[in-house]
Design a binder for this molecule. Structure first.
Ligand code: HEM
Length: 447
């Protein structure tokens, strides 16, 4: 991902509007100019329908999720799932986020009392695993009590990239039609079974015991009931499991790395941390010592701090598309043939001097209204853009804001002696993260 950023920087230095690179024999188109990026992600979306990850639904049922789907199947699924993420629905799930924050605070308390440093990356991964486990699978995960709890273990393993995964990705990147003909599977069978069984059991339990909870599973049940009444297509078990699985895959690490990077920056920028804590404490006081959805979502300085975190560390550093039919690059006579892969370096754009002077500096004021208005559109892309923009954007932000508010309300965050400010970002991951643990010192502060 750093290599792609270097390519972006090189094209930018040459003042190119776009460029091209080769991945072995495979050409990749790289738009650089924000107006061209706008065309690809939004205006000319009909030429760039999908992410281009091919799969074999029969052998790999959990791969048939929203991120991988294309064409009509994607459109129908996106339409069905969109109401799941409205702010009204988010409000319903907010209580779960607060509940999952309690064991996190208890755990940090224990470590502080023992005078130990805090592996914040792992703690936040447990926090978001518990949330998504609860909201998408209806499970009480207890990752803090038992770091090897089934869900955390299976989740961790589902995300571990092995050599054979890399080989498979490489092969299908190079020959996308391969999964059509071969029984290719990305997920280990035992992990697949775990997730499908979890969904099957929870659906059965909820239906037979008429239990209702405010989570994604409940929303799927309602969508199924609605389809039955209307005589339209509902969801199959595998379809529900695949969507719950992508909520997990796409929702847990993106949010936990955002919070991790944010706390790292706040540890090194105490003035920003103090200002944010002031806002959190003021909000907490106004709502009589209990966070509410509206109060958390209404924090203006928190918004700026999170936006600046997502700018400097976009969890998805490369946005990708595949050209679905021949496309003439605007104002040129160059044709991108159908099947061409497109990489947009969100990391490159977010650290581009022209849009964000002194890009390594962490400065939330870049996101005040005045500064925002000076930048061209399509220069802030942490959630992507256009019809395929992240469907879980609201949920991700709600999760990150709630976790940060709970932690910063109780603790002062400080750097440890061994942690450097400039982090070494793991070059081998799809989601931007620091290689290894990220340690912080945390001091309890009186309320
Ligand atoms: C800070 C948190 C998050 C970030 C930064 C993030 C970022 C992204 C990005 C960059 C994309 C690709 C957009 C594109 O190609 O234009 C995406 C897609 C997606 N995200 Fe997120 N995401 C976050 C949280 C979540 C959460 C919490 C969920 C679910 C509960 C989620 C579910 C999805 C799904 C299903 C897609 C595929 C959408 C489609 O192709 O139609 N994300 N996300």
């Amino acid at each position: 991902m750093m290599d792609i950023k270097l390519c972006y920087d090189a094209f930018r230095r040459r003042k190119e509007k776009f460029g091209g690179i080769y991945f072995f024999t495979e050409p990749i188109f790289m738009p650089i100019d924000p107006d061209l990026i706008k065309c690809i992600l939004s205006k000319d979306f009909s030429y760039f329908l999908g992410h281009g990850f091919t799969f074999n639904e029969k052998y790999d049922p959990l791969a048939a999720h929203l991120f991988n789907l294309e064409g009509e199947k994607w459109r129908k699924m996106r339409l069905k799932l969109s109401p799941t993420f409205t702010s009204g629905k988010m409000k319903y799930m907010f209580k779960t986020l607060l509940d999952c924050g309690v064991p996190m605070i208890d755990h940090v308390n224990d470590l502080c009392e023992k005078g130990e440093q805090v592996d914040i990356k792992e703690i936040l991964a447990c926090y978001t695993t518990d949330i998504i486990g609860s909201c998408a699978f209806g499970l009480e995960c207890d990752s803090f009590k038992d770091p090897n709890a089934e869900f955390r273990r299976n989740g961790r393993e589902a995300l571990t990239v092995t050599f054979s995964d890399l080989l498979m990705r490489f092969l299908t990147f190079w020959a996308p039609s391969l999964p059509k003909y071969l029984p290719i599977k990305y997920l280990r069978s035992d992990i697949e079974k775990f997730f499908i069984t979890a969904v099957k059991q929870i659906l059965y339990y909820r239906r037979t015991n008429k239990v209702k909870r405010n989570d994604f599973i409940q929303l799927f049940i309602e969508l199924q009931d609605k389809a039955e009444v209307e005589g339209t297509d509902g969801f199959t078990l595998n379809e529900i499991a695949a969507q719950a699985f992508v909520f997990f895959l796409a929702g847990f690490e993106t949010s936990s790395t955002t919070m991790t990077f944010c706390l790292h920056e706040l540890a090194f920028n105490q003035d920003i941390q103090d200002k944010l804590r002031e806002e959190i404490r003021e909000t907490y006081k106004q709502t009589n010592g209990e966070f509410t959805y509206d109060a958390i979502m209404g924090m203006k300085y928190m918004d700026k701090v999170l936006d600046e975190t997502l700018r400097k560390y976009p969890p998805v550093p490369i946005l990708n598309r595949v050209c679905s039919s021949d496309y003439t690059i605007p104002n040129t006579d160059i044709i991108l043939p159908k099947g061409t892969k497109v990489f947009i370096s969100a990391l490159g754009i977010h650290r581009d001097e022209e849009y964000y002077p002194d890009p390594i500096k962490f400065d939330p004021e870049r996101f005040n209204d005045e500064n925002k208005a000076t930048r061209p559109n399509y220069t802030f892309l942490p959630f992507g853009e256009g019809p395929r923009i992240c469907i879980g954007l609201r949920f991700g932000l709600m999760q990150a804001k709630t976790g940060l508010a709970m932690l910063l309300n109780n603790y002062k965050v400080l750097p440890t002696r061994n942690e450097q400010y400039n982090l070494y970002l793991d070059p081998g991951t799809f989601i931007l993260s620091k290689k290894g643990a990220l340690m912080l010192s945390m001091e309890k502060i009186p309320n």
